[in-house]
Design a binder for this molecule. Structure first.
Ligand code: 2X7
Ligand code: FE2
Length: 327
């Protein structure tokens, strides 16, 4: 066994908006399907990013090779991809916990991020060569709407800043063809440093994101790049994808995830306003970084149930792939 951790434990204006495909503009729209195309947020997904899932898929962009593993979660992502295409989005908007900003909420406004994203604890699983397009107009609108709502908000414009693996992992798993433009938001991780963590700002950021999407007339799918229960082993098997070593960290962690997912499945989402903080307290859930609350707030806490497409553990952390469709 090798040591890996060191822990003690809408608008209807969508038709007019598209610039010609260019590195700085949104890319080509998804293939038109039946029914009217309206703008706004059409769906949101809980899209966890453990690097193991990308490693197990063996995409050409990732250097390490695997023999598979974590199939049930990956089958859930297969279904997510089918559904995502059917929503015919113009853009994917992702909030991820490993782009950590200590002051404010940052939005990547670099037109064409390119580079190698490396998972610092699992560099033997995730060294991913990325090259994607940002929807700069929407990214700038999110910055403006965030500022207008009183948030400290900042546009990242430095070329060459390495994109974190939680952003890349969720985007790859949701859209491995990378044929949709992206808006990527950081996680302001001050809550990790204060005992009185609050998800309140994510309500404001979510509402600002929604206003920006409606203002620009985009048809958007949101991705919340969060695992659930977040206790993990500090060792991994010699073969990382040895599924004989994969199981929940404890009964309590598993039960905490099931309690949350039961509420997700029953709906409506407003019940999650209490359930998410309770779940964080019980399981050290990665949703503490705010991505899931941001997503549901952006969707206006819709009166719908979520559809759990898969659940599985990755090095003992709980991970669920979930869809919420805008009513
Ligand atoms: O970032 C992660 C994670 N959320 C879960 C499991 C393993 C590694 O990285
Ligand atoms: Fe993570």
């Amino acid at each position: 066994m090798s040591r890996v951790f060191h822990l003690p434990a809408g608008s209807t204006r969508s038709g007019a908006r598209r610039a010609a495909a260019s590195p700085s503009g949104p890319g080509p729209a998804a293939a038109p399907g039946p029914g009217p195309r309206r703008g706004g947020i059409v769906a949101g997904y809980l899209a966890p990013h453990p690097p193991h899932l990308v490693y197990a898929e063996n995409p050409p962009q990732n250097e390490p090779r695997s023999t598979g593993g974590w199939e049930v979660l990956r089958w859930g992502y297969e279904e997510l991809r089918r559904r995502l295409r059917a929503h015919r989005p113009d853009v994917l908007v992702v909030h991820a916990p490993h782009w950590i900003t200590m002051v404010g909420h940052h939005v990547n406004c670099v037109p064409n991020p390119r580079g190698v994203s490396v998972e610092p604890i699992f560099p033997h699983l995730f060294r991913y060569h990325y090259d994607f397009r940002t929807d700069v107009e929407l990214a700038e609108a999110v910055v403006e709407e965030g500022e207008r709502a009183g948030l400290v908000t900042s546009a990242l414009r430095e070329e060459g800043v390495r994109v974190d693996y939680a952003t890349i992992g969720a985007l790859h798993l949701a859209n491995p063809d990378w044929d949709l433009p992206v808006v990527s938001l950081s996680a302001n991780n001050n809550p990790y440093y204060y005992s009185d963590a609050s998800l309140g700002e994510m309500e404001t950021l979510g509402a600002a994101t929604r206003r920006a999407i409606e203002r620009t007339g985009r048809r958007a799918v949101l991705l919340a790049s969060n695992s659930l229960s977040h206790m993990h082993w500090d060792t991994e098997p010699d073969l990382p994808e040895d599924m004989a070593a994969e199981h929940p960290f404890s009964h309590e962690q598993y039960a905490g995830d099931m309690e949350l997912l039961q509420i997700v499945r029953e709906g409506p989402t407003s019940r999650l306003k209490d359930a998410i903080p309770r779940h964080i307290g019980a399981t050290a859930s990665e949703t503490k970084a705010g991505s899931l609350t941001w997503l549901l707030a952006a969707m206006g806490w819709p009166e719908v149930a979520g559809d759990v497409l898969a659940y599985g553990t990755v090095i003992a952390t709980g991970n669920a792939v979930v869809e919420w469709v805008a009513p």
